[in-house]
Design a protein around this ligand. Structure first.
Ligand SMILES: NC(=O)c1ccc[n+]([C@@H]2O[C@H](COP(=O)([O-])OP(=O)(O)OC[C@H]3O[C@@H](n4cnc5c(N)ncnc54)[C@H](OP(=O)(O)O)[C@@H]3O)[C@@H](O)[C@H]2O)c1
Length: 261
């Protein structure tokens, strides 16, 4: 099975903190020693990573033209790039019983960073990846979704919806890319140690509930090195088993039926 062990050059977004940063280090430590390109906004964090990997500064809270330029520049500099780990994300609480507290601009930004910019990034990288794959190189797209994309957390309603959208997209991409040698490996974390919850000041409350990174990363790397379509653990795996058993086959079959119309 093709897997991250075959990757020669890996772009990791959201690599300045949490899951993305830990994955960037773990991938660069693989015996195959792929080149890793860490992307994020905070330059001081990128500078810390620079002794071990390449870095690119990018803010995904932007328009499609900026993302197109980022993709074109990245491919021009790294023509070997064969793997995307898309971990950049934000999370905000939403309380619909108090609609006057809802900041729609913040929610639209959350939707953009967590879904629209990722859809855009994947779409612009695909011609390059499909070409490499056609030349015999396995390529990988690894979006980071969330267990809350399977079972919404009502207190983070828009976040959950954005992750549900990305999770749904992963099924469709997986079906479309069958036979192309471009592989989807969706990373579906449960609650994991990170800086994600700093924005809502709930980090302290969660420290005794989350899975530590030192426990989470080996499980995720195991899935990436096996080439699994969905890589989940803890409550995310429980949600997947409870609500989505058999879904992959139904999506595949649906596309086949549509093609036969
Ligand atoms: N931790 C969890 O419990 C958990 C559970 C399920 C899913 N996830 C998902 O895992 C992924 C990683 O999150 P994390 O938990 O590791 O959180 P984190 O520690 O807060 O890391 C988030 C990363 O995203 C980057 N980022 C945020 N906004 C960005 C923007 N506009 N443009 C570019 N980069 C941006 C941040 O870097 P800069 O600030 O430097 O840009 C940072 O590197 C996210 O997609 C998250 O939804 C996390």
């Amino acid at each position: 099975m093709p897997s991250i062990n075959d990757s020669r050059c890996v772009l990791v977004t959201g690599a300045t903190a949490g899951i993305g940063r830990a994955l960037a280090y773990a991938i660069s430590d693989l015996p195959s020693k792929p080149r890793v390109i860490a992307a994020g906004r905070r330059q001081d964090r990128l500078d810390e990573l620079a002794s071990k990997m390449d870095t690119i500064q990018i803010d995904f809270e932007t328009d499609k033209e900026t993302i197109k330029k980022f993709v074109d520049d990245t491919i021009a500099k790294y023509p070997d790039l064969d793997t995307l780990v898309l971990s950049a994300g934000v999370q905000y609480e939403t309380w619909f019983q108090k609609p006057e507290t809802i900041d729609l601009d913040k929610l639209l930004s959350e939707l953009n960073v967590n879904y629209t910019s990722i859809l855009t990034t994947i779409t612009y990288f695909l011609p390059h990846l499909l070409k490499l794959a056609a030349d015999g190189r396995p390529c990988f797209i690894c979006p980071v979704t969330a267990g809350l994309g399977i079972t919404p957390g009502a207190w983070v309603a828009n976040y959950s919806a954005s992750k549900a959208a990305l999770h749904s997209l992963c099924y469709s991409l997986h079906a479309h890319l069958q036979g192309t040698n471009v592989h989807i490996m969706e990373i579906i974390p449960p609650l994991v140690e990170s800086e994600l919850h700093d924005a809502e000041d709930t980090t302290k409350m969660l420290t005794n509930k989350w899975m530590p990174l030192e426990e989470y990363i080996p499980v995720t790397m195991d899935g990436l090195t096996k080439g699994d379509f969905q890589i989940s653990s803890g409550v995310s795996l429980a949600g997947l088993n409870r609500f989505e058993t058999g879904k992959e086959e139904v999506v595949m079959k649906g596309l086949e039926v549509r093609k036969s119309w």
